[in-house]
Design a protein around this ligand. Structure first.
Ligand code: ATP
Length: 233
């Protein structure tokens, strides 16, 4: 689903990712952890083709992102949840979700059915479909951003710090839904700062420190590891 090989990125002359190696196999839920400024969002942007690798290669669903471009990711079956949700605040909840569907062109006219599925997964969305997205609470916006990523039935979803700013109760609900989506067969890369919650639902995890993978392995092992605790937890 994702293969990042020996990738370097830089902002101007300042190096950021340094020899990054990361892979996500079909069916996995992989968590990418790391402290502030470690390069997690830069990794997200590199996967999406917004930040270009200066060295190495990023393949998404077997395609070189440098060749296919960001705009073709949805059509390949990749859903994304960017940091800060990035909803269109003046558009309604329905219109925001519709954008996620329309970005995937090969579905035919099944939007109503797909919207129904999203409302089952996120019951609070149904009563707010006509409301402007910018007027929703943070928790509701987080659900809409996830619905927008899922409405086109992606095979692979990449999420950048989706729990940021949510209350502990909502964080727990959000991680529960993420685990459920994974159980239903979607492959997930979850980029997170909340190591405790991330490691609970992930199969494998990576810890990113200063643009490099400092540790990787089964989530259970990392949760129990003193090295991880020293590095990050
Ligand atoms: P956080 O958890 O705080 O969001 P992060 O792990 O996602 O952190 P990044 O957002 O990838 O970290 O940023 C890594 C470093 O790159 C930071 O020091 C940041 O200031 C810098 N950086 C990010 N974007 C740019 C940019 N467009 N131009 C210059 N520097 C940038």
């Amino acid at each position: 689903m994702l293969d990042i090989r020996n990738v370097d990125t830089a902002y101007g002359s300042v190096p950021m990712l340094r020899g990054l190696e990361l892979a996500v196999r079909p069916g996995e839920l992989v968590c990418l952890l790391g402290p502030n400024g470690a390069g997690k969002t830069t990794t997200f942007m590199t996967i999406c083709g917004i930040v270009r690798a200066r060295r190495g290669a990023v393949h998404v669903m077997g395609n070189d992102i440098a060749k296919i471009g960001t705009e073709n990711l949805a059509g390949l079956g990749v859903g994304v949840v960017p940091e800060g949700r990035r909803l269109f605040p003046g558009l309604s909840v329905l219109e925001n979700i519709r954008l996620g569907y329309d970005a995937v062109s090969n579905h035919g006219d099944q939007f109503d059915k797909q919207l129904d599925r999203m409302c089952e997964l996120f019951p609070r969305i149904r009563e707010r479909l006509k409301q402007a997205a910018g007027t929703l609470s943070g928790g509701e916006q987080a659900m809409v951003a996830l619905a927008r990523a899922l409405v086109g039935n992606p095979k692979f979803v990449v999420m950048d710090e989706p729990s940021l700013g949510l209350s502990p109760k909502l964080i727990s609900e959000y991680f529960g839904i993420t685990a459920e989506i994974h159980r239903r067969g979607t492959t997930i890369l979850l980029i997170e700062q909340n190591a405790e919650m991330g490691l609970k639902i992930a199969d494998r995890a990576y810890v990113l420190v200063k643009g490099k993978v400092a540790q990787e392995g089964p989530a259970k092992d990392l949760a129990a590891s003193r090295v991880t605790a020293g590095l990050y937890l």
